[in-house]
Design a protein around this ligand. Structure first.
Ligand code: FBP
Length: 554
């Protein structure tokens, strides 16, 4: 494989491992835990893995040093699940190095193309030479990823066959909230049947919504937002040079607006919509549009017929009326998928309208036909609407143009409005990890190896104190059941890891809210520039602003 000069140089980077992990460690157990909500239901569903204690690793005293080496090798399986996120290859490298340190004959097997490879027995042994090709690189191509939902007893039993065949006694699942939920269910099942297989999770997703009091961030968020911020900065320079376009930029993040918020903090655009605020204020789509149009008109009055608008991918689902519509559609389509599929495509719109309750039918009818149709199609295997396929940036700019026309007729807008559209998502998901993500991921993998050695199951690898230099991070494990609550999925209540949405009383949002009026009217763009891998720490090793602001006071 031909490598670019940067690829070659980057391959030599040694992730900075937390100092605790550089020698023999011991697991220090904390207090028993409770789930974040619905404790009785979750306890009943996870009788073997509920209430486990948090744990963290400390360096072993010198007297006990030798004992960290296992008597026998450990065979471990690893799965990459869901959307790509920068750093996945380093999790696998860290896991590999970690289990080799514990016993040099340990082996690592990667299941191919996500959980599907586990069920279908498609795997590859990951050797040192093979792994070396992928260190510090972006992407998940080392073994591939997939969105097969691992949830049935048949799948678990089928997977167990291959684990037994390869003598694998621990499985590491690298995924987002849904995949880690399923990892917890698998851990519970294997424990219940005494399968002798540990299951460990790792927090992955560029969306940044798998985090809580104990998991400070998911990996990939840092790099992806830096890539998007670079490009938004470039667009803002262009915008400020030509002074003739309004740029509507949609940013990935299926549900939460963390990515848009982080990019806003980095780039200081004129407008950034935060879905969680739209929901809290019970805003309609038209009110969101009016808000944008007001800023366009106010800037035009100063002679500034240009600007930037950041739009979170998940916005449409947070508009309360649309949210209620999607909830009804989810339940209806889950229960009557075959009936819906049998309706000819040309008649599906009318069929859906006739089946919905009046308020939701009215909302459905009011949406542009393309958007409405999208809401009935293409759910991912977890039942989520694929919001990345909805062109919200175009929808909003078209509605803003219409609104400005009305305002012009009323004498409230006297300017020009020309829009450009962008969607940034896939551009950042496979970027070479920033130093933060390279270190974080390698450390997570290494921590997972130590959790396996500690004999636990149903835990997620964790590193804490992430705004300190990476050598000072604190490795440990968090019982996954601790992050769970009950939510409605596919028409039924299910135990799931609680998704972290943007908190409107949290430091990142408050910082943004305190600045946005100034950013709207004045041109205060910042230009973060590309990720730097080599150079001074203040340029290369900075964590996201979200993480920094959230950690204040910790
Ligand atoms: P995960 O939650 O699996 O990490 O994926 C996140 C994400 O990148 C979202 O931001 C986006 O909506 C979705 O994946 C796109 O999915 P796909 O890769 O299937 O197009």
């Amino acid at each position: 494989m031909k490598k670019s000069p940067l690829q070659k140089a980057r391959a030599t980077y040694s992730p900075k491992l937390p100092v605790v992990l550089t020698g023999a460690v011991e697991a220090v157990l904390g207090k028993p835990t409770e789930s974040v909500a619905n404790q009785d239901e979750i306890r009943e569903l996870f009788p073997n893995t509920y209430g486990l204690p948090e744990l963290h690793f400390e360096k072993k005293s010198s007297a006990a040093r030798q004992a960290n080496i296992a008597d026998a090798p450990i065979n471990v399986g690893v799965i990459l699940s869901g959307g790509q996120a920068p750093g996945g290859h380093n999790v696998i490298s860290g896991l590999f190095d970690g289990i080799k340190k514990i016993h040099r004959d340990s082996r690592l097997y990667g299941f191919l193309m996500g959980p599907g490879g586990f069920v279908d027995h498609k795997y590859k042994e990951l050797t040192a030479d093979y792994i070396n090709e992928f260190r510090n690189t972006g992407g998940f191509d080392i073994i591939g990823s997939g969105r097969t939902k691992l949830e049935t007893k048949e799948q678990f039993d089928k997977g167990l066959e291959i684990l037994r065949q390869l003598n694998i006694t621990a499985l590491v699942i690298i995924g987002g909230d849904d995949s880690n939920t399923n990892a917890a269910i698998l851990a519970e099942y294997y424990k219940a049947i005494n399968a002798g297989v540990q299951v460990i999770g790792c927090p992955k997703t560029i969306d940044g919504d798998l985090k809580n009091d104990v998991i400070e961030t998911s990996f990939g968020f840092d790099t992806a937002t830096k890539v998007y911020s670079e490009v938004i900065g470039n667009i803002q320079r262009d915008c400020n040079s030509a002074k003739k376009y309004w740029h509507f930029v949609k940013l990935m993040g299926r549900s939460a607006s963390h990515i848009a918020l982080e990019c806003a903090l980095q780039c200081q655009p004129n407008i950034c919509i935060i879905s969680e605020e739209v929901e809290a204020k019970n805003m309609t789509l038209q009110e969101v549009v009016n808000g944008i149009a007001d800023v366009v008109a106010a800037r035009a009055a100063k002679g500034d017929n240009y600007g930037t608008v950041l739009i979170p991918e998940g916005l449409i689902e947070f508009i309360p009326a649309v949210k209620s519509l999607i909830a009804e559609l989810n339940d209806m389509l889950a229960a009557r998928a075959d009936e819906f599929a049998a309706v000819p495509a040309a008649e599906q719109r009318q069929w859906v309208i006739s089946q919905l309750t009046p308020a939701n039918a009215a909302t459905y009818e009011s949406l542009p036909a393309g958007v409405a149709r999208q809401l009935t199609l293409d759910r991912d295997p977890h039942g989520n609407v694929q919001v990345s396929l909805i062109e919200t940036e175009k929808l909003l700019s078209e509605m803003v143009a219409k609104r400005l026309k009305d305002m012009a007729a009323e004498g409230k807008f006297n300017g020009k409005f020309a829009a450009q559209h962008h969607f940034f998502g896939y551009e950042g998901r496979c970027a070479d990890p920033s130093n933060f993500d390279a270190d974080y991921c390698y450390g997570l993998g290494y921590t997972a190896a130590n959790l396996i050695h500690a004999g636990v199951t149903g835990y997620m690898a964790s590193l804490r104190k992430l705004t300190l230099p990476s050598v000072q991070w604190i490795p440990g494990g968090i019982p996954v059941t601790m992050m769970m609550n009950m939510e409605r999925r596919h028409g039924a209540m299910k135990p799931v890891i609680q998704k972290a949405l943007v908190k409107l009383d949290g430091a990142p949002f408050l910082k943004f809210a305190s600045k946005r009026e100034e950013w709207a009217m004045n041109t205060c763009y910042t230009y973060p520039g590309p990720i730097q891998y080599f150079g001074p720490a203040e340029v290369c090793d900075q964590p996201s602003m979200t993480l920094k602001l959230e950690s204040q006071g910790l």
